[in-house]
Design a protein. Structure first.
Length: 341
């Protein structure tokens, strides 16, 4: 089957075909395109985050030091969240739960099965530890990461297309997704040739638009202290509520809603809480991307962000209504005993 979009005789889009293959064999090694999509997304996120952190005034490539902890914990969290929200796939009679040398174990992440909300939790823990290690403010890193994270999620969704999975309800729309009738996930009772909502494409477009929005909002000085990351949570989670609601793959149901719908609702709430709390705690600008008492190791390097007043470094006289006389930083947040904010 051609990867080109199918058309009617009038040249109107009729359907989106699924890719004929989902992996590539190189000798004894099988490389899944899904994994390549995720890896490509991680690389793109690292480069974009490094660019944004460097402009903000951080040491170049400090993002690598943070990612060393954040990425592995994000993957672990993603797997744990998936297993816990799909217990019937891994636990009970007839399932291989613990043996990693047999298919279907909880360890077999290479067989698929990760959840972005688990990745956010695990990645947040890793990023916090990485920021403590490097001296970068956690919320500065989160704001720098937000657009790249959404970009990585958009790129990763193409992996679901290659795997022919996580599609939506049947549809007769001209962009319906073709799923082979012999696909194990093809809903029983439906006729061959039935088209489905391409939820992967909906998320790609939504996330791509979100990247543009976050990059535009990041030019506004208001969106510091984690407030840009809060917008990311609200934007992504709001879209996920919609796409998750039309998906037909098996999922645990709680009070009539899929578990990932509940997780997305929590994501929206958490984003709103961060906006409100951080606005009250930090009405001013971040004085530095580094925590008090910490700084760049390359002390002789130029701070690039001070060359451009749009790069979020507050080098001007703070407004009198936001900062009391004699203050050393523009935020009014209290300082903990260990010097962190």
């Amino acid at each position: 089957m051609s990867l080109a979009l199918h058309s009617t005789v009038n040249g109107v889009l009729a359907s989106i075909p699924s890719p004929p293959v989902a992996y590539l064999d190189l000798g004894p090694i099988r490389i899944h395109f899904y994994a390549l999509c995720i890896i490509a997304g991680i690389i793109a996120a690292v480069f974009l985050t490094n660019h944004r952190l460097t402009k903000r005034g951080a040491e170049p490539w400090v993002v690598i030091d943070i990612s060393i902890l954040a990425v592995p914990l994000a993957i672990i969290g993603a797997r744990i969240f998936h297993v816990l929200t799909h217990p019937s796939d891994y636990f009970g009679e007839g399932h291989n739960t613990w043996n990693p040398f047999e298919p279907g174990s909880v360890w077999a992440i290479w067989e698929g099965g990760i959840a972005i909300f688990g990745a956010l939790i695990g990645g947040a823990v890793g990023a916090y530890l990485g920021c403590r290690w490097t001296g970068i403010r956690f919320w500065t890193f989160a704001d720098a990461l937000a657009p790249g994270l959404l970009l990585a999620q958009a790129m990763g969704r193409f992996g679901n297309w290659f795997n022919k999975e996580l599609y939506g309800l049947p549809t007769d729309l001209p962009w319906g997704l073709e799923i082979p009738a012999d696909n194990p996930a093809f809903p029983p009772g439906l006729a061959e040739g039935t088209l489905f909502h391409p939820t992967f494409l909906y998320e790609v477009l939504w996330n791509g638009l979100g990247v543009v929005l976050l990059l535009w909002l990041s030019r506004k000085l208001f969106f510091q202290w984690g407030r840009l990351f809060a917008i990311y949570l609200i934007w992504y989670s709001a879209g996920r509520i919609v796409w998750e609601s039309i998906r037909i793959d098996p999922s645990e149901i709680i009070l009539g809603l899929r578990t990932n719908v509940w997780a997305a609702i929590v994501g929206v709430i958490v984003g709103l809480v961060i906006l409100i709390v951080q606005r009250r705690r930090h009405p001013g600008l971040e004085p530095s991307p580094y925590m008090p008492g910490r700084g760049r190791k390359d002390v002789d390097a130029d701070v690039q962000s001070q060359d451009n007043p749009s790069d979020f470094v507050d080098v001007s006289e703070p407004p009198s209504e936001e900062v009391t006389a004699g203050a050393t930083a523009t935020s009014t947040a209290p300082t903990d005993a260990d010097g962190t904010r």
